[in-house]
Design a protein around this ligand. Structure first.
Ligand code: HSE
Length: 445
């Protein structure tokens, strides 16, 4: 059959908000280029949204508009269902129903896949349909494509990314303006950079969902969000951002997946990163992902991690993949999680105590003889090697006169478990006057 005779792929959109609207607009504006790439047209033929008036405004008469998503799934003339509702609730039911109805699915829903991916991919495999999710991680950055296809020759050693724009914006503002978290969050909400309920972003949950997906496709392990370490930026102070800067580091919220001999580290937390690394200079709401492969070395992917058309760019890329593969056998497709489903690894996610990393510590201490010696002694007992120590002049520590000071210690790599023991012993010293601040550090070399 010649390509001209192939009928267009018919798409049903569930949700016509920011990303759905962008998807419709990009498909329309670039339809000719997209057709030339895909080998057939891609048309939005049906849109479901509770706000049918909004849908009407966006798509006009170009597609059938309904308020009931199930009407899209039930329509035999829809080939692909694009789920842009989000969350674990109704979205999960609709995705599973679409799969059961034999539809291919495109989704931007990282929460859904990070938590229920195993069930969803198994259902899709049984039904022989595609579930594509480029838009779920780092918005417009084609990181899924890069990991699953471009880097397929490599043993991936680690992936580390700024994969939440809201928190990166907040951290950039805290550093630039020397402001504390609460102040910047309010400003970010006022400007529309942070949502009214920013919990998933600021508590690290959104980044951890994405890191979970990256760990699965990097190492061929099942998605295991329940085993991920999740820590957000709410406890960070402008003081620590400033001290880190003085030591040549920036603090970024990183999602990290690292292969060790005995398992995989899967963790999201604020991290000191050397200022000279490109990723340390990713500012504002931008995203970036570093991937270390044994053959390629370090590669970095940078771009917009959210927004209407950047995310639509990823959704449409998935639609083009589906258009090209519509008539191909399932075995000809790239596996959902990059590795063949019957070749998945059983490498466990390591408990946090076994994670290996270096640390930034800040201790408010009494400024008197022997205090530093006690602290370094405790670190030595746990086999923790010190990389650098600075002590603030007593009079620079606000409001405490001359008898207290801040000790800032950078360590070399150590286990989290060993560091926890050392922290407990240091915290118990009468000369340590406030809760010790601990931020993990990665050289990303
Ligand atoms: N809320 C996310 C962010 C975008 O701030 O990056 C969608 O994943």
């Amino acid at each position: 059959m010649s390509q001209e005779q192939l009928r267009p792929v018919r798409v049903g959109l569930l949700g016509i908000g920011t990303v759905g609207g962008g998807t419709f607009t990009v498909l329309k504006r670039n339809q000719e280029e997209i057709r030339r790439r895909a080998g057939r047209g891609i048309e939005v033929t049906m849109v479901a949204d509770l706000n049918t008036a909004l849908a009407q405004q966006v798509v006009g008469d170009a597609a059938q508009i309904v308020s009931d998503a199930r009407a899209v799934i039930a329509n035999p003339d829809v080939d692909v269902v694009v789920e842009l509702i989000g969350g674990y609730g109704i979205a999960k039911a609709l995705v599973l129903e679409a799969i059961a109805a034999g539809k291919h699915v495109v989704t931007a829903n990282k929460a859904l896949l990070a938590v229920h991916g195993t069930e969803i991919f198994a259902a899709a495999r049984a039904k022989g349909v595609i579930v594509a999710f480029e838009a779920a991680v780092a918005g417009g950055i084609p990181i899924i494509k890069a990991l699953r296809e471009g880097l397929t020759a490599n043993q991936i050693q680690w992936v580390a990314g700024i994969i939440n724009g809201t928190t990166n914006f907040i951290l950039s503002e805290m550093r630039d303006k020397g402001l504390d978290f609460d102040v910047v969050l309010k400003e970010a909400q006022r400007l529309g950079y942070a949502e009214a309920d920013p919990t998933f972003d600021i508590e690290g949950v959104d980044a951890a969902h994405k890191a979970t997906l990256l760990s699965a496709i990097a190492f061929g392990i099942p998605v295991q969000f329940d085993k991920a370490h999740v820590e957000g930026i709410t406890q960070l102070s402008a003081t620590d951002i400033k001290y880190a800067e003085q030591l040549g580091y920036r603090i970024k919220l990183l999602g990290i997946a690292r292969r060790r001999d005995n398992g995989v580290e899967l963790r999201t937390h604020p991290t000191l990163v050397p200022m000279r690394r490109l990723i340390a200079n990713v500012e504002g709401a931008m995203n970036a992902v570093l991937v270390q492969g044994d053959a390629v070395g370090t590669t970095m992917y940078y771009g917009k991690g959210a927004g209407s058309e950047p995310t639509a760019s990823a959704v449409v890329a998935d639609l083009v993949d589906i258009a090209r593969l519509l008539d191909a056998a399932p075995a000809a497709r790239v596996p959902y999680l990059a590795f063949q489903p019957d070749e998945m690894s059983t490498l466990p996610i390591l408990p946090l105590d076994e994670v290996i990393t270096s640390f930034y510590l800040r201790l408010r201490v009494a400024d008197k003889a022997g205090v530093l010696a006690k602290i370094t002694g405790i670190l030595a007992e746990q086999g923790i090697s010190i990389d650098a120590v600075i002590q603030r002049e007593a009079d620079e520590v606000s409001g405490e006169g001359g008898n207290q000071t801040d000790l800032i210690i950078l360590t070399h790599d150590t286990s989290e478990g060993g560091m926890n023991k050392a922290l407990a012993a240091m915290q118990a010293l009468p000369t340590v006057l406030a809760p010790i601040v601990r931020v993990r550090k990665e050289e990303l070399a």
